[in-house]
Design a binder for this molecule. Structure first.
Ligand code: GLN
Length: 284
């Protein structure tokens, strides 16, 4: 017989040896998932023995986490903007910074109706689904190059449907003809912004397990911004806006590119870590 507390202690030690960050928290969260407990219930049941079945499932979870598979992929879901979204290794795990991007768009546009919105590189659909459920009458198209990612996005929209229109479409923004998409009032994107150089140094959770095409452009990390900004003249309606999530230290170069292409009222917003993380601007 092994109790909850013993299982947590053993797993914490195991994960620590595998250099997992916050091993105890990981061990506890995975056990709450096995037992369908809240974290607090766990603390109140330290002496409770685990059944054979619970232990087997837990062992498998801990083994996977020891392989540096992200917690969210093991659990199969992530919290994003009040929703519990499905994720798997075909989509980038939505990050808290991206909730800030969504928040900014909703705050700036809450008085407007009938907006047409394009979400480039929608992944799990997190941005599109949060927007379509929190803006007044609007129409959102979420595009992604990966059909496998779109399957996840569609499954999430089934869980969080909206009166507003949202559809997902396979589309390669680098190579396909954007005239097929029509024109938009807002373009939103959290593109792959890690440079090839920085990519080599990412933690195994990201480098080995998250989709490479969601993280890096295999170049300098800014090629998607350049491409999208250069297309904005043909994709944006008058007074249309762009909202980007950006990587560390990219704001100046992206600001300059936007300025050069005729964008105005460019704003840069910092994330909770004090890093310039969101840039938005209007094309007059
Ligand atoms: N936020 C990811 C990171 O932690 C990068 C996501 C992206 O490239 N859009 O590096």
């Amino acid at each position: 017989m092994i109790t909850i507390l013993e299982a947590i202690k053993l797993s914490t030690e195991y994960l620590k040896n595998k250099e997992v960050d916050s091993p105890r928290a990981n061990a506890e969260i995975l056990l709450t998932e096995v037992l369908k407990f809240k974290r607090l219930d766990l603390y109140l049941s330290f002496d409770k023995p685990l059944t054979e079945n619970e232990l087997n499932i837990y062992r498998e979870f801990i083994r996977k986490r020891g392989m540096r598979i992200p917690l969210q992929y093991i659990i199969g879901s992530v919290e994003f903007y009040g929703m519990n979204l499905n994720v798997n290794e075909n989509v980038l795990i939505p990050r808290p910074e991206t909730e800030q991007l969504v928040e900014q768009i909703i705050n700036d546009n809450s008085q407007r109706t009938g907006l047409k919105i394009l979400d480039i590189g929608t992944g799990s659909g997190n941005i599109s689904i949060a927007l379509v459920n929190n803006l007044n009458k609007c129409e959102v198209i979420g595009i992604d190059v990966s059909e496998k990612a779109l399957a996840v996005a569609r499954s999430n929209y089934e869980i969080y449907p909206s009166e507003n229109k949202l559809y997902f479409k396979q589309f390669d923004i680098m190579n396909n003809d954007v005239n097929q998409l029509g024109k938009f009032d807002l373009i939103v994107s959290n593109p792959p912004y890690v440079s090839l150089n920085d990519y080599q140094n990412l933690e195994p959770e990201l480098r080995v397990h998250e989709p490479i095409e969601a993280l890096t452009d295999n170049l300098d990390g800014i090629s998607f911004y350049k491409k999208i900004i250069s297309l904005s003249n043909s994709m944006l309606n008058s007074n249309g806006k762009i909202y980007f999530e950006i990587g560390k230290d990219q704001y100046q170069i992206i600001f300059d590119i936007m300025k050069d292409c005729g964008f105005d009222e460019i704003k840069i917003i910092k994330d909770y870590a004090g890093i310039e993380r969101i840039i938005c601007g209007e094309l007059k």
